[in-house]
Ligand binder design. Structure first.
Ligand code: ATP
Ligand code: MG
Length: 650
């Protein structure tokens, strides 16, 4: 029996970049892409040295790459200051008074921070950290709302060589304790609270609770954002505004080794316990910078907006390090997309004239569910490029994004990458790649991606297998913090010298990569291995469906039966007739083999706090009626409780 993942969903809509877009783009033809890609994998030293030279280095490297799988050193002997690259070099030139961050708080407060101001604020905060005794390589836990000071705190750490570990503001005190213990952090930067859906998220209270259990913290700096009463423990806690008033706004950035650790970030936990991914300086910054340049085609006149939180890798690479290294102007928003209603993002796009917009499929599906009238009310004509990241984007969601947000004119870059990869790995380049809804298309420069079967042979076109990267790249993670063994086992043990991503994928005849789902989630129905993405996309392709998650349930006859959970669009009722219709629909689009045996309507699907569907919990639920797996990254336990109740009574 074949162990390949089968593929049945065919997508033939193709969207070529417009002549106007291509004419101005950095890479404007497929042949130009192919030539440069070939050079980048054949001679990575040449390609990456040329890119890295666009950054400012205090000391040039003596060797581009030192590689002994799975250990990579990039730009060996090079020295730089990451923060200087993101801030000072712009502040010292014509971008001094250019807006770096246009901030909007959820309640509607607005602030513009120029590169010059950012330099003063970062320098001041670096001096604060130094005064607290923070030293190079010390770990600083950053637990902040989505406000400019989150970026300031991260950049200040980078400036003095301290290692930040940002914890998403939506995480509880339990998650903080786990991350404090794992990273051995000695200092915390937080805020009294942040605004989310009109309510205060009690950040400082959560920190206090965590610090009752973790005793290794010497100082907590608290930014005043929401203004409610909080506890300040004397000798440990201080206010940000008091601290900065006591220090100079000048700080001379020192150079650090290219391999100096920059940050630890815990993965989303979609498949299990989060891993502390360690990234270092020179290679990471080069990766973030180069992808911003080619994938987002960033220009000095762009207004860029990435809606991620700085607590995720997308926020690290595509809010803080990449865009700031490019010197672009960006919008930053604190709150929820539906506050006060689902028009908030589109109102902001119109107000600030956003040109590049980067969001996640979960948000797009929420917008589709809410209705087209929200974006229709706003002038979105400033947009020229759209991006998607985090999960496979269902083709129908892609089409909606393309038409309703992009006005049919904006290319969409569907970017596949991971916390571990540090930067975008598989992606269209907007000026040259023919787009098909649902595929992340082609590998980025320097990325030698392939799909292998279990024996290590490369799969034929349209045969599904395991996605691997066969060569090192600059922004790759260097280790799981404190656990080299787990690092080797998780990523480097399937095939010799190759990185396994943990995702299933296939390539079509044009070489496009289609992510078919996580390997852990692959279904095995009567000996046929099916990825989850295609079945889910078939369901989302039905006009009544907003979102869906598909998992396997143990079945004596088939091995696994297909179980689908479906969320309907606003105003549509889940009837037995619709249930039947949806099953037939999957049968028609994909084939009888994928027809859901059970189909449940669900008010909501269980997701990570970054908005990704957590199939492992659904899988456990349908197999045992219970959920015992790690739920620390689950956004809302009520979702599981409701499903459990419905399944029990249904
Ligand atoms: P954990 O590793 O802890 O289970 P996670 O994999 O969700 O969590 P991230 O690093 O945030 O943590 O997510 C990377 C994963 O997200 C990828 O491996 C892939 O499964 C999915 N992903 C990201 N972007 C895309 C995309 N454009 N298309 C398809 N899948 C994507
Ligand atoms: Mg992962």
């Amino acid at each position: 029996m074949s162990n390949k993942i089968e593929s049945h969903l065919v997508e033939d809509r193709v969207f070529k970049p417009s002549k106007e877009f291509s004419a101005k783009a950095r890479i404007s033809s497929l042949s130009q892409y192919k030539k440069l890609w070939q050079e980048s994998v054949d001679k990575p030293n040449v390609f990456w040295a040329r890119e890295a030279k666009e950054l400012s280095w205090r000391q040039t490297w003596t060797k581009v790459l030192d590689w002994k799988a799975p250990d990579a050193k990039w730009f060996v002997g090079g020295k730089l200051n990451v923060c200087e690259n993101c801030v000072d070099r712009h502040a010292a030139g014509p971008r001094r008074n250019k807006a770096a961050i246009i901030f909007e708080g959820e309640p509607g407060d607005k602030r513009v921070i120029t590169y010059g101001q950012l330099q003063r604020e970062v320098s001041q905060f670096a001096n604060v950290l130094l005064a607290k005794g923070v030293k190079a390589k010390d770990r600083v836990l950053v637990y902040m709302p989505m406000i400019p000071e989150a970026a300031v705190a991260m950049l200040a750490c980078a400036r003095i060589g301290a290692v930040h570990s940002v914890v998403f503001g939506g995480f509880s005190s339990d998650s903080i304790v786990d991350r404090l213990e794992d990273s051995g952090a000695t200092h915390v930067v937080t805020a009294d609270g942040g605004w989310r859906r009109g309510k205060i998220v009690p950040l400082k209270d959560n920190v206090d609770e965590a610090l009752e259990r973790y005793k290794g913290i010497k100082s907590v700096v608290v930014f005043k954002r929401t203004g409610q009463d909080i506890q300040m423990k004397s000798g440990r806690d201080t206010w940000w505004h008091d601290d900065i008033s006591k220090v100079s706004a000048k700080h001379e950035a020192k150079a650090f080794d290219s391999e100096h650790p920059l940050f630890i970030l815990y993965t989303s936990g979609s498949t299990g316990k989060p891993k502390g991914i360690l990234h270092t300086s020179g290679g990471y910054l080069t990766g973030a910078y180069t992808t911003c340049k080619y994938v987002f085609d960033m220009r000095d006149e762009d207004v860029y907006w990435c809606t991620a939180d700085v607590g995720w890798i997308t926020g690290h690479s595509y809010i803080v390090y990449g865009p700031l290294a490019m010197g672009v102007t960006q919008v930053m928003y604190e709150g929820a997309p539906n506050q006060p209603d689902f028009g908030r993002f589109w109102q902001m796009v119109e107000e600030y004239g956003v040109t590049i917009f980067y969001t996640a499929p979960t948000a797009i599906r929420a917008f589709i569910k809410a209705g087209d009238h929200f974006p229709a009310k706003h002038d979105l004509s400033s947009l020229r490029l759209l991006g998607s990241v985090g999960e496979p984007i269902n083709p129908e969601a892609w089409m909606w994004y393309h038409e309703k947000i992009g006005g049919g004119r904006c290319p969409i870059v569907d970017t596949w990458w991971q916390t571990e990869t540090g930067a975008i790995m598989i992606t269209p380049l907007p000026g040259c790649t023919p787009l098909k809804p649902g595929t992340a298309t082609l590998p980025f420069f320097g990325v030698d991606a392939a799909i292998l079967d279990e024996e290590g042979h490369e799969c034929k076109p349209n045969e599904g297998g395991r996605l691997v990267i066969r060569k090192p790249w600059p922004s790759m993670t260097r280790t799981i913090y404190g656990d080299k063994g787990r690092y080797k086992k998780t990523y480097w043990s399937d095939y010799k010298g190759m990185y396994t991503a943990g995702d299933g994928a296939r390539r079509d005849k044009q070489g496009n990569f289609w992510i078919v789902g996580r390997l852990d989630d692959v279904l095995n129905v009567s000996g046929h291995r099916l990825g989850t993405a295609e079945v889910e996309s078939a369901l989302v392709g039905h006009p009544a469906v907003a979102e869906s998650a598909v998992v396997g349930r143990p079945d004596d006859l088939k091995g696994q039966a297909v179980v689908a959970f479906v969320t309907l669009k606003e105003g549509i009722e889940g009837t037995p007739a619709l249930q039947k219709e949806l099953r037939e629909h999957v049968g028609k689009v994909i084939g009888a083999i994928a027809k859901p045996d059970d189909l449940h309507f669900a008010p909501a699907l269980p997701k990570t706090r970054s908005g990704k569907i957590m199939r492992r919990l659904l899988k456990e639920l349908v197999a045992t009626g219970n959920v015992t797996g790690n739920t620390t990254t689950l956004e809302d336990f009520n979702v599981i409780a409701t499903l459990q109740k419905n399944l029990g009574s249904g």
